[in-house]
Design a protein around this ligand. Structure first.
Ligand code: TXE
Length: 480
């Protein structure tokens, strides 16, 4: 698939006619190319967005929402094409792309297309003195940058709210997984979205991404990706006083008490450990188990992990697909080696999977891996691996669990398994994470804010917060 930029309503190559190869991780083969866009391409996209802003921001909310709802419908019309592209680009099982990523992309457009119709603002009656009210208005051209793990899901989670409240957009998906964004641009053309409202510039982070972040007339940046990249972006954006939302990495604790609903916990923990090959920033990569349950859990969890099929993403019974890139594959292998060097024991997994089948014989596949015997301070339990690797650590008391859970630089999400309601509320209020799931995982009402603490980022996406993030407010006070 040859991918093109989407600028001013047209699909075009880069100005410099430079290209990057696009790989299918399941086969390890190049299967297309994308523009290696430059600063000039970003400038072209910005100009289109800037010129489209007056008309788009002046539209009635209902009219803008109609466009978003039409895009949501067309994502559903093209969902199989999108699911195949997502799986070919990312290596995830096709069944997962069908079940999670693509439906969530249309949900994002549908949610924000309707939420923007119900956004409230504040007005205060000051009696004889007058009125004080808050006006929310779109900011201008929004710069949006997204990662490779949930390509369309996270991309649309930025694009939809930014457009809904009247901004125009210059967006860059990850160069590792560009295909679904390209199909989305074709969908926007089919939906009749006015030219320049939404622009996509494909390419690398340091080149195209950085040009977006550093552009003097892109006043708001929403980024999702690694913590170190977030820091690099903040260094550029902060002195320019840009509005910034950073959704970064995680090293999430999954805390399991003896009084949990065991079967539900085990089933969900297999999912929260290895879904999307463990490449979801919300995966529970540190499993803290109360000591009385440790041996039973370790046995059952190891059996369940071994039973997961690592295979061709196109096969219906595949649970673990390919790792997204050669670089990520080697990064995960490095951490498995480090786990052994730090004194850990590999209970299961830890090795590449070759000869998945003829089609995938050169693909990048790893066994889902369980590590034990490491304490909460070692690097494997401190650093984000972002692959199918979990570390299990026993604890005794609630205080132990809390100390271990909070013992990393990250604070994105946590999962807590207990039947004790008071303990659930008590601990949830003390766990340093932006999202806490109790007796569930990856369940969320789209109206709630999403984001991390500490080095997991700043700002909030999701819900009405995302709509407010993409507006600037004027506090107006009128004396009577
Ligand atoms: O990140 P990268 P990746 C985290 C996840 C992991 C990482 C995986 O935990 O750490 O993101 O995504 C562009 N200026 N989250 O490896 O390299 C790059 O081209 C501007 C957390 O892709 O940071 C890509 O489009 N842009 C999250 C995007 O940034 C730059 C959910 C991300 O790339 C750039 C998902 C630069 N200097 C993943 N360098 C959450 N918390 O919700 C790179 N890019």
């Amino acid at each position: 698939m040859n991918i093109l930029n989407y600028i001013n309503g047209e699909l075009i190559g880069g100005q410099e006619d430079e290209w990057l190869d696009n790989f299918n991780p399941a086969t390890g083969e190049k299967y297309g190319r994308i523009p290696d866009s430059s600063k000039e391409d970003v400038e072209l996209a910005w100009k289109a967005a800037h010129d489209a802003f007056p008309a788009w921001s002046a539209l009635k909310q209902e009219e803008r929402s109609r466009y978003l709802l039409r895009i949501a419908e067309l994502i559903e019309v093209h969902q199989e094409k999108l699911a195949l592209a997502e799986s070919a680009d990312n290596g995830k099982p096709l069944s997962l792309a069908r079940r999670m990523d693509i439906p969530r992309a249309s949900d994002n457009f549908r949610f924000y297309g309707t939420a923007a119709l119900h956004m409230h603002s504040e007005t205060y009656d000051m009696g004889e003195q007058g009125f004080n009210y808050v006006l929310n208005r779109p900011i201008g051209v929004a710069g949006l940058i997204s990662p490779w793990n949930l390509p369309l899901y996270l991309f649309t989670w930025k694009v939809a709210p930014a457009l809904a409240v009247g901004n125009t957009v210059v967006a860059k998906p990850s160069e590792v997984t560009p295909a679904t964004a390209f199909i989305l641009s074709q969908i926007c053309i089919e939906a009749g979205l006015p030219p320049g409202v939404f622009n996509i510039v494909h390419g690398t982070g340091p080149k195209a991404g950085q040009a977006i972040v550093a552009h003097p007339k892109i006043p708001v940046i929403s980024f999702t990706g690694g913590t170190s990249t977030g820091a690099a972006i903040a260094k550029i954006a902060a002195p320019m006083f840009k509005k910034l939302s950073l959704e970064l990495g995680g090293k999430n604790p999954n805390i399991i008490f003896e009084d949990c609903d065991y079967d539900q916990m085990l089933k969900t923990t297999l999912a929260s450990s290895f879904t999307n090959q463990g490449q979801i920033c919300l995966c529970g990569s540190r499993i803290l188990v109360q000591r009385g349950l440790y041996e039973k859990f370790l046995k059952d969890f190891t059996e369940g992990t071994r039973a997961m099929k690592v295979g061709d993403p196109l096969e219906a019974d595949t649970r673990v697909g390919a790792i997204v890139s050669r670089a990520q594959y080697e990064k995960v292998l490095h951490y498995i080696l480090l786990a052994k060097e730090e004194g850990g024991k590999i209970e299961t997994g830890g090795k590449p999977v070759y000869e998945v089948n003829e089609r995938c014989k050169n693909g990048w596949f790893l066994e889902p891996t369980i590590v034990t015997g490491l304490d909460e301070h070692c690097r494997v339990n401190q650093e984000e691996i972002f692959g199918p690797v979990v570390s299990i650590i026993p604890f005794d008391t609630e205080e132990d669990a809390l100390r271990m859970a909070n013992a990393t630089q990250y604070g994105l999400s946590a999962t807590l398994w207990t039947s004790n309601l008071k303990r659930a509320h008590r601990m949830a209020a003390k766990i340093e994470s932006g999202i806490i799931w109790v007796n569930c995982w990856l369940v969320r009402d789209l109206r709630t804010p999403f984001g991390g603490m500490k080095n997991s980022g700043v700002g909030r996406e999701g819900g009405f917060e995302a709509l407010k993030f993409f507006t600037e407010t004027r506090n107006i006070c009128i004396q009577l």
